[in-house]
Design a protein around this ligand. Structure first.
Ligand code: PLP
Length: 248
């Protein structure tokens, strides 16, 4: 395992690899923004670093990345503790058990996967305690919506019909900020149509919660479709850091 890139970044092959892959993804995002006429309103890039070592996150920070994503509490909390000095914003993007809320609020800037009332309550309690203890900033919460009609193949998230009540709950919880919506495009579906559906749900949400305008959508395979449909946050892993074992 290599050490942090430090002053020898130019001689660290992994640093150079990540630099080049990141440049390709940044170019794709810029091109997609241009095609969508939103050069002045680009999305926030979140690099999903799950499975990749803390040293890769150091390399990302040296390349100007400010926001990273993780989907497992244990891995995320270890990396965040190790890399506290880098001042990164940590985004939790995976399915979250309520009993992990206490741990997650110690390091997370945002949770992209709030999908049920029990989790929202657990996060509200945990963040209140953490604010008491450390004065941490409010926790940004994205409601994860399922874009899949077919329950058999769905990739997580609340039903669209459950969004209004969950939004009310989050908006009414001190310490939580209702940021907006998150979704993963259903496997095998056209991502453009899926993300347009998400944009439509976002319009509805903003009728009651005008500031909840964030849309977290777009992964390595479908970032162009997400930019086109108005995503404000992209979650990109493998195209920047390489592949990971399939079962993670
Ligand atoms: C892993 C993951 C990503 C990143 O996916 P890639 O295809 O590697 O870009 C994005 N969002 C969520 C919820 C993830 O779990």
């Amino acid at each position: 395992m290599s050490e942090s890139p430090g002053p020898h970044a130019a001689e660290d092959p992994r640093f150079l690899e990540i630099r080049d892959r990141l440049a390709v993804v940044r170019r794709r995002i810029a091109d997609a923004c241009e095609a969508a006429g939103r050069q002045n309103n680009p999305p926030q890039l979140i690099v999903v670093s799950k499975f990749h070592p803390a040293d890769d996150v150091r390399r990302l920070a040296a390349l100007g990345v400010t926001d990273v994503g993780e989907n497992r509490d244990q891995e995320a909390s270890e990396k965040a503790a190790k890399l506290g000095a880098l001042g990164l914003r940590w985004h939790f993007v995976g399915q979250l058990q309520s009993n992990k809320a206490k741990s997650v609020v110690r390091y997370a800037h945002a949770i992209h996967s709030v999908d049920r009332p029990q989790l929202a309550s657990a996060l509200a309690r945990a963040v209140a305690a953490e604010q008491e203890r450390t004065g941490r900033s409010p926790l940004e919460c994205f409601i994860q919506v399922s874009l899949d009609d077919d329950a058999g193949s769905h990739r997580g998230g609340a039903s669209r019909l459950d969004v209004p009540a969950l939004a009310e709950q989050l908006a009414g919880s001190p310490g939580l900020v209702l940021a907006g919506l998150m979704a993963v495009a259903p496997l095998g579906a056209d991502p453009v149509a899926s993300f347009e559906r998400l944009a439509d749900i976002s319009v509805q949400l903003r009728q009651d919660h005008p500031s909840a305008s964030a849309i977290s959508a777009g992964m390595s395979q479908d970032l162009e479709a997400a930019v086109r449909a108005g995503a404000t946050h992209l979650r990109i892993g493998s195209d920047i850091l390489g592949s990971r074992p399939a079962l993670r």
